[in-house]
Design a protein around this ligand. Structure first.
Ligand code: SF4
Ligand code: SF4
Length: 380
């Protein structure tokens, strides 16, 4: 599979700092048909469970004021609305005093915080000759990882250092895109104080976020390497050292529909996008709002959308740029498809191709903005 260099609009910029918005007036916790176990007007504290057989917790303290249909990860669902009392009251969970991490401590922390995905990663990990930390985002115009890294530098490096001691790994590599070198320069002194951690600058190529391709590029064996993202390491650190769930998300808001630069924000999970936009973003009228990237993301209605567990980036794009028109047979979609599908054929003959890996490159490259991926995947 070929790694692809994406053409990007150099005028779309993202400010190089993180803003925090952790006191929303309301949060909207998606139910996705689960049985709600809190009553109207009930008082909740941060960490209270809201549904039967689910680990969804309130990220704030306040009062349950009812239900509202909102869009979470592109799907409409009833959400429990909690009005913030701005007290941040929570269950007083003790932070454990840990001097040395063991595999049991790690697995217990992941289990207690219901992180099934990371639990499986570590449960099935027999050895880790190498540890790779991914400090980059795949989606264009997204800066979450590098900004999270800068903001939590000591905690992240401590955590990776603790993992390398635990697994006796030989190579411990922090992977950053070469174009982020200005931020990395700010972190060099701190990174230098961890002699077992090495920095690797990579090219900005699409598919690097796929572990297999990244490890091939770094000449490391996939089966001997523990590959983690910055998001993973920040979560693990919080679980182990603060006994705390993930109540906050880091998101980027960027695009050519914004007046000025885009920004990276730390927000409470389940905050409404509208509340965030009203405070932080001036967007052109008639812009389109796309959640989770211009390649594989989806259109959302900004008035009804919330920041969900999966939200990473909101791109606000000028509407005129995304109006579909007729194919003029330039062949770009055919050339870029990494699995050699002919998207034009699928589009014209309404023919599905099962080989599609949903990478979104054909849509991204098409100059007339045809939604080719949907035809290829039989969704149109
Ligand atoms: S989305 Fe599917 S058809 Fe389009 S480029 Fe990717 S693999 Fe090929
Ligand atoms: S990239 Fe778009 S315009 Fe070019 S051939 Fe493919 S569908 Fe047609």
């Amino acid at each position: 599979m070929k790694l692809i260099s994406l053409k990007k609009d150099e005028n779309i910029k993202v400010a190089l700092d993180i803003k925090s918005f952790l006191n929303p007036d309301y949060v909207y916790i998606p139910s996705f048909s689960k049985k709600i176990i809190v009553k109207q007007n009930a008082k909740v504290v941060k960490g209270d469970l809201l549904f039967n057989n689910s680990n969804e917790k309130s990220p704030i303290s306040g009062e349950v004021i009812g239900l509202k249909k909102m869009q979470a990860s592109g799907k409409y669902t009833d959400c429990v609305v909690i009005k913030n009392d701005y007290q941040e009251q929570s269950h007083n969970l003790k932070s454990p005093n840990i001097s040395k991490i063991t595999i049991d401590i790690l697995l217990n922390a992941l289990e207690n915080h219901h992180d099934k995905e990371l639990f499986q990663v570590f449960k099935s990990l027999k050895k880790a000759q190498n540890i790779v930390l991914k400090v980059f985002d795949e989606e264009p115009y997204t800066k979450n990882s590098i900004m999270l890294f800068k903001e939590n530098l000591n905690e992240i490096l401590d955590m990776v250092d603790a993992l390398q001691i635990l697994y006796h790994s030989n190579k411990n590599i922090i992977v950053v895109k070469g174009k982020e070198s200005s931020i990395i320069n700010e972190c060099l002194n701190t990174i230098g104080s961890y002699p077992t951690l090495k920095l690797s600058l990579i090219d900005d190529l699409y598919f690097m976020n796929t572990n297999k391709y990244l490890l091939d590029y770094l000449h490391l064996n996939e089966y001997e390497t523990l590959t983690l993202s910055v998001y993973d390491v920040v979560k693990i650190y919080k679980y182990i050292y603060h006994n705390e769930d993930e109540y906050e998300k880091t998101i980027t808001i960027s695009g050519n529909g914004i007046k000025g630069n885009g920004l990276v924000l730390r927000v409470k999970k389940y905050t409404s996008l509208n509340e965030i936009l009203t405070k932080y973003v001036k967007a052109n009228k008639d812009s389109l709002y796309i959640e989770n990237g211009l390649l594989t993301g989806f259109l959302i209605n900004k008035d009804d959308a919330i920041v969900s567990d999966n939200t990473k980036v909101i791109n606000i794009m000028k509407d005129s740029k995304y109006k579909e028109s007729a194919c003029f047979n330039c062949g770009k979609c055919l050339c870029i498809c990494p699995v050699n599908i002919n998207p034009i054929k699928c589009y014209k003959q309404k023919e599905k191709d099962k080989r599609c890996i949903n990478c979104g490159l054909c849509n991204y490259i098409c100059p007339v903005y045809l939604d080719l991926k949907k035809y290829v995947r039989g969704e149109k």
